[in-house]
Write a protein that binds this ligand. Sequence first.
Ligand SMILES: [Zn+2]
Length: 304
Amino acid sequence: MAEYQCTIKNPVSVEGVGLHTGQKGTITFHPAEAGHGVKFRRTDKPGNPVIPAHIDYVVDTSRGTAIGIGDLRIYTIEHVMASLTGLGIDNVMIDVDVEEMPIRDGSAKYFVEALQNAGIQPQLQEREYIIITEELRLSDPEKGFELKVEPAGHFMADVKIDYNTQVLNVQTAHLERLEDFAKEIAPCRTFVFLHELEFLLHNNLIKGGDLDNAIVFINRAVSQEELDRLADLFKKPKVKVKPEGILNNLELHFDNEPARHKLLDLIGDLSLVGRRIKGHFTVYKPGHYANTEFARLIYKHTKH
Ligand SMILES: [Zn+2]
């Protein structure tokens, strides 16, 4: 049975601050014609330059996935991209008036809700897939990641994370089909270890953080004095460490929320091949660098 491309019925906006830049901005999804794909348009720049959401435009994967042309950048696109893929939306123009996507609670929930409210509109053109016909692998013994994709009738993914720390055990997450994304994966928030958070804070790389947009894992002994300083920095009342090793500002949505979030990022990064993929992904220690390099490999190995 043919499947058709989809766009949204109405424009819809999401506001918020970027995690790393702290800049407040608005992103607005607009319907787009079949064959358009996903593109970002910087409405705050002269001539409103457009950057396609495609692997060829990926310029940085250090703290999130960024695309760019010349010195123009759009940072942290992965949660937006995963939301579109997870909801089966192929064609949108995304107007942005800021260079980093809003972090909101660190999940894809706000984008998914906005897009669901906008309504999904099937179009007349058939959807084209990248069909995996042979197993492909990418690994890096130094970085430790191993990614594999095998032929399958639809997109499916298994993710395993291992940070070699007691506070966050080896965890797995499984997505049987993209239809489960909105419920099972979209609400899962990003996470950070305390030492990373301190590094980011000291280097002024986290300006939009407020302890509500990431799960913070405490993987070393930490004094109440240090926690008080952290609470001060984030303008929060007293923070404590919960028995499961996370700060007491939130409850986990799922026991394996971190692994599920990595699956969310994987979907977002893989979508940069520009088409839906039919294949079963088995991924160990994913990250934006590994994911986008794998997307590049898949793109190179398939016909266009
Ligand atoms: Zn993420």
